[in-house]
Write a protein that binds this ligand. Structure first.
Ligand SMILES: [Zn+2]
Length: 430
């Protein structure tokens, strides 16, 4: 369905045959309005489902939400028996530098599978920005793309992934993949990072508490979100919370709160899970302070449970990760869904986010509605776009998914995708 073309044809037919001279130019053709009739609405805020609702879409936005049968529009989608959720947001992807066609294909499939926005948490900003531009220009279908620039200590730039993400630059000198120390001019470094088009800063590894504090303060001053690995070696989770990070990524890294400070970021996934139990006072205090300071948790359950090697560490780490994520949610820490992957045909025919949602519910104790909020309103908050995306309410972008079965009853029903709309355009079925 091409709604815009139909609208243009319709409006042109209504123009007067001859315009008098001096008349102002006619207004551009209006997009046709679309009514989603009789749907059960899950708005993304965590509020209970609302059965039999009409959702009016106009000019790419939600114009009105009202009781079923009360609204009219140019075009009607009969959604009786269907369930509407906001477009899903994967707030931890890496679009990488694979061949362009491959990444474009993954973006197209992610969108068709209900993911209407993604947050890329480190990569080559040139490549990611090009994909962002191509999506905005309508050259490829895909989720709305937002991305970060990365800061790390100089020792981190021995990691070969950093060279891959900054070809043409000496390691640690690309504005989006920058080595910093406590003598760095952070106002300049953050301005360079922001100039890449990034909307957030990622604090990755080999950073101490002074560095993360200065970087975070300056990033916030310049209007960037601050996302951090949950420990940055030697800075601990509590240092990152004190520094004002907006979101900590990877639940397993929280374990370092209960261990002596270490500068060895290479062991980040192999903390002392046996001696720092999930219910230890150090972890309990940490989670309470995340809640009190408004710091979100980006658990990334699936990548740890399924993609990292199954070994003696993972056997302890995986249940630890589930238990700490569960406790964080119980305490009221904002949970933000992310996969650390996005779409991988070897894993699933749908975006990996559907699996992450299932783990959040089945293994970490979120209710289905909480899981949906983690991938909609909370993810939009993490990116910094909650005023326009992530919930279904008047004025918000018309990014939504219609499902054939109730995800509040069984979270696996997010897989039953019947229609995907992005910015008021139906992108599946096309
Ligand atoms: Zn990642």
């Amino acid at each position: 369905m091409n709604v815009r073309l139909a609208a243009a044809g319709c409006a042109l037919a209504l123009l007067p045959v001859a315009l008098p001279a001096q008349q102002p130019a006619p207004a551009p053709p209006r997009e046709i309005s679309i009514l989603i009739r009789g749907v059960t609405l899950i708005d993304g805020t965590g509020a209970p489902e609302r059965p039999n609702v009409d959702v009016l879409i106009d000019s790419g936005r939600v114009a009105a939400v009202a009781p079923g049968g009360s609204l009219t529009a140019d075009s009607v989608i009969d959604a009786r028996g269907l369930f509407a959720i906001p477009g899903l947001i994967d707030a931890h992807v890496h679009l990488g530098t694979d061949p362009w066609a491959e990444r474009a294909g993954a973006l197209r499939r992610a969108l068709a599978g209900g993911v209407t926005s993604v947050f890329d948490l480190a990569g080559d900003a040139r490549a990611t920005g090009d994909l962002q531009r191509a999506v905005l220009a309508g050259q490829i279908p895909g989720p709305r793309i937002y991305y970060v620039a990365l800061f790390g200590g100089s020792s981190f730039f021995s990691d070969p992934r950093t060279a891959d993400a900054s070809r043409g630059y000496a390691p640690g000198t690309a504005p989006w993949m920058l080595a910093v120390t406590d003598t760095t001019d952070f106002a300049h470094a953050v301005a360079l990072a922001k100039g890449t088009g990034a909307t957030g800063l990622k604090l990755y590894a080999a950073l101490d508490s002074t560095e993360v504090t200065r970087a975070s303060a300056e990033a916030h001053r310049q209007g960037l979100r601050v996302i951090a690995h949950a420990t940055t070696f030697p800075a601990k989770p509590s240092d990152l919370i004190a520094a004002g990070a907006d979101m900590l990524a990877h639940t397993p890294y929280l374990v370092w709160q209960g261990s002596p400070r270490s500068a060895d970021w290479r062991h980040r996934a192999s903390g002392d899970f046996l001696h720092v139990p999930a219910d230890s006072p150090a972890i309990e205090r940490l989670l309470a302070s995340m809640r009190d300071r408004g710091v979100a948790l980006n658990p990334t359950l699936w990548i740890f449970a399924n993609e990292l090697p199954h070994d003696s560490v993972s056997r302890v780490r995986t249940p630890w990760m589930y238990a700490v994520t569960r406790r964080a949610n119980q305490l009221g820490v904002r949970i933000v869904a992310g996969t650390d992957d996005m779409y991988d045909p070897k894993v699933d025919s749908l975006p990996v986010l559907h699996r992450e949602l299932e783990l959040l519910v089945d293994s970490a104790g979120l209710t289905p509605l909480q899981a949906i909020t983690s991938a909609t309103a909370n993810a939009a908050w993490a990116i910094g776009i909650a005023d326009s995306v992530g919930t279904l309410a008047p004025g918000k972008a018309a990014d939504l998914v219609l499902l054939g079965a109730d995800p509040a009853v069984n979270i696996a029903n997010t897989r039953d995708v019947r229609l995907v709309m992005q910015g008021g355009r139906v992108v599946r079925p096309r």
